[in-house]
Design a binder for this molecule. Structure first.
Ligand code: FE
Length: 396
């Protein structure tokens, strides 16, 4: 038995933000990030539409990138005081992810964060509120997924929370919001989306319901991401849909060790964060090579390669062609090929090597490792992370 869960309603296309007018409820808390949604006027429109729907509105502003446990608790407290029957989260992955965790603590104030990090262990939600998510970036697809990533800064660890209870009720995928993304964000979030689709397609939990979503998303991202990065607004709009399709696939097929590695390296080093999408973009070619030692995985990477028009005599050649294509996309998107060169070298080599054993163990223990097509030991993970640091060949 397997489960396939998506939001009850998804509104998409230009102007779909206006659908907020038709939500039925009394009180909404709007959760938002650092200010770009306000600056571009979208936050004002959200408030206006919700008021037109007859709702009283409270704002929770200022969710930081890579939201913290503390921010989640603050938002939950506001919700407990205000008592919303709708939670509306708008912005990049961060405010939406934070709002999902706030939702759990709003409905169950006595829940412990440690209980929520156990996969598929959430209490039953929707006893107090429903959830509407409106993405402004084209990558995480958190508007349709059962996931949220919250960072424990004390421990320096990103925790992926996973449960179908936090799949939103309503998603509004309006390309007008994504038009405001700066190029670097477009690049990073786009490669995050590509990683979602590829990891979902080769996941041990992939199925007939997730495969077509993953493949079509990969084809669209391959066709539109570079154009979107270079300022083509029609391509930008298509990317907004493509990342959402990738989200539908991975929310149900889960991911693999590219994400395990990105989660555990993201906040581990004193030089700065390795941004999620850039981490995925750097690690994806290495992980494909590692996973392709499993013939079933190689056959599926070959499927992907053929589907986007690459050629090769056998699965190995097709897999290598796919790896080359992803590396070429990274070059065109100005994403570094290695941790060592990331952002001009902000991650210190000595610190990386000192923390390697711990980070490798944490990555193996990440919730995304279980559905990777090839099992991995902590020793292999150390080698793989080292290849990602120095951009060396994966030959094990
Ligand atoms: Fe991701």
């Amino acid at each position: 038995m397997a489960r396939f869960t998506l939001p009850r309603d998804l509104y998409h296309g230009k102007g779909s933000l206006e659908e907020l007018k038709n939500l039925k409820g009394k009180k909404a808390v709007v959760v938002v990030g650092g200010g770009s949604m306000k600056r571009f006027g979208f936050l004002g429109r959200v408030e206006e539409y919700l008021k037109e729907a007859g709702m009283e509105v409270a704002l929770f502003e200022g969710v930081e990138p890579d939201p913290s446990v503390e921010t989640v608790m603050k938002g939950a407290k506001l919700m407990q005081e205000f008592g919303p029957d709708w939670i509306v989260a708008i912005g990049g992955g961060s405010p939406i992810d934070a709002a999902k965790a706030m939702w759990a603590f709003y409905e169950y104030p006595d829940t412990k964060f440690d209980d929520l990090i156990i996969p598929f262990n959430f209490p039953t939600l929707r006893t107090k509120a429903k959830f509407c998510a409106i993405p402004s970036t084209s990558g995480t697809a958190t508007e349709v997924t059962a996931f949220s990533v919250i960072t424990d800064y004390e421990k320096g660890i990103k925790y992926p929370l996973a449960d179908f209870n936090i799949t939103p009720d309503v998603a509004i995928v309006d390309p007008d919001l994504a038009e405001t993304m700066p190029p670097k964000l477009t690049a990073n979030t786009g490669m995050d989306a590509l990683t979602h689709a590829i990891e979902a397609y080769v996941s041990t939990l992939h199925c007939d319901y997730t495969d077509p979503l993953a493949l079509h998303a990969i084809k669209m991202i391959h066709e539109f991401l570079i154009k979107s990065y270079n300022g083509d607004t029609e391509a930008r709009a298509r990317m907004h849909n493509a990342q959402c399709l990738a989200g539908m696939a991975f929310s149900n097929a889960l991911l693999g060790i590219v994400h395990s590695m990105a989660h555990k390296t993201g906040a581990a080093y004193s030089g700065g964060h390795i941004v999620h999408g850039a981490a995925n973009a750097m690690y994806l070619p290495k992980v494909i090579k590692f996973n392709s030692k499993v013939p079933e995985a190689a056959a599926r990477y070959a499927d992907i390669a053929r589907f986007i028009g690459l050629t090769g005599a056998d699965d190995t050649e097709l897999t290598d062609a796919l790896i080359a294509e992803i590396r070429s996309m990274n070059v065109q998107l100005n994403i570094a090929p290695s941790i060592k060169t990331y952002e001009g070298g902000i991650i210190d080599e000595k610190e990386f090597n000192e923390k390697l054993k711990t980070v490798a163990e944490l990555a193996v223990g990440d919730a995304c490792t279980g559905s990777n097509p090839r099992p991995i030991t902590p020793a292999e993970m150390e080698k793989l992370l080292t290849c990602c640091f120095y951009d060396t060949e994966v030959d094990f």
